[in-house]
Design a protein around this ligand. Structure first.
Ligand code: GUN
Length: 293
């Protein structure tokens, strides 16, 4: 079994990005600049945004955190987004999800200018991805594709079962892996809560992408020996033995499946760390595109 080590791979990507930043600065240009908008005090969101800002510092990017109170109205948030769209000093920005219930998430995501949408959530960028056109791929699917590519995991002609049809992970993964591209050319089945006889499908799969958000859902009885396992789950499960009072649990029963898989991502340390590295990569790309305009 080979561990698909997201911690190590993301660290290597950050070193590559840092050296690209050094090169940019050597040419007398300003560093890439990422902004993050956080509305409210959701614990997980605050942790993620904090990690994104820290990662910017690590690679030499500028970063701006726009921290808004939970009572912020949709209109006020849209005003902030328009200001970021117009600000030439900002190459890309993200609006951390989930947003408070009184704000229409889709309306907000559509207000982000597609050229600054480093999360790749705008319908224009999702459409470009589906049509094989250059775009910002959203961080989690991009991170998984990058892991598969860097570890040279064979995907061409393989049967992939993606469990979960979310807009952020399952849907884009199913599209990307079926495309003619590195880590693509696979035959893809997308399974979801209404799928019947899931076990029959997963037992036939060469690669399983588990992205449904149910801790340890995938068990060894559901997996063909030698399969490749990608675990996208990051559920906080109460654990009094931990300092924080919880532990992060994946969608895969790592203990049993790691004994039969050919490749597997751990949780934590697999897909998770890759997402921030890919967000930085998108921001670097946005900066390069910005500079060449
Ligand atoms: N919430 C959970 N994942 C993400 C992400 O990748 N981007 C944003 N903006 N919010 C998230």
């Amino acid at each position: 079994m080979i561990l698909l080590d997201g911690k190590q791979t993301s660290a290597a990507i950050k070193v590559e990005i840092a050296s690209a930043v050094t090169e940019i600065k050597k040419q007398g240009k300003r560093a890439p600049h990422l902004a993050a908008v956080l509305v409210g005090t959701n614990g997980a969101s605050m942790t993620y945004v904090g990690a994104k800002v820290k990662a910017c510092e690590l690679v030499g990017f500028s970063s701006t955190l726009i921290d808004l109170p939970v009572e912020t109205t949709e209109h006020e948030l849209l005003v902030q987004i328009h200001a970021l769209n117009e600000n030439p000093e900002i190459d890309g920005f993200i609006v951390q999800l989930p947003l408070p219930k009184h704000i229409d998430e889709q309306k907000v995501l559509m207000a982000v200018h597609p050229d600054k949408d480093v999360d790749g959530f705008h319908p224009m960028n999702v459409g470009r991805m589906a049509l094989d056109l250059p775009t910002f791929l959203s961080a989690t699917p991009y991170g998984i594709m990058e892991l598969l590519e860097r570890y040279k995991v064979p995907t061409s002609g393989k049967h992939v079962v993606v469990i979960g049809r979310s807009h952020i992970v399952g849907r884009p993964m199913s599209i990307l892996m079926s495309q003619k591209r590195p880590s693509g050319d696979a035959t893809v089945t997308i399974a979801h809560s209404r799928t019947t006889n899931l076990e029959k499908l997963t037992l036939e799969a060469d690669i399983i992408v588990a992205a449904l958000g149910i801790p340890e859902f995938l068990t060894a009885e559901m997996v063909k020996p030698g399969a490749v396992i990608i675990d996208v789950g990051i559920t906080r499960v109460v654990d009094e033995s931990k300092k924080k009072g919880y532990r992060i649990t994946g969608d895969v029963d790592f203990e049993s499946i790691s004994k039969i898989a050919s490749y597997i991502t751990p949780v934590p340390g697999g897909v998770g760390p890759m997402t921030i590295a890919m967000l930085l990569k998108n921001t670097l790309l946005a900066c390069e595109r910005h500079a060449s305009k």
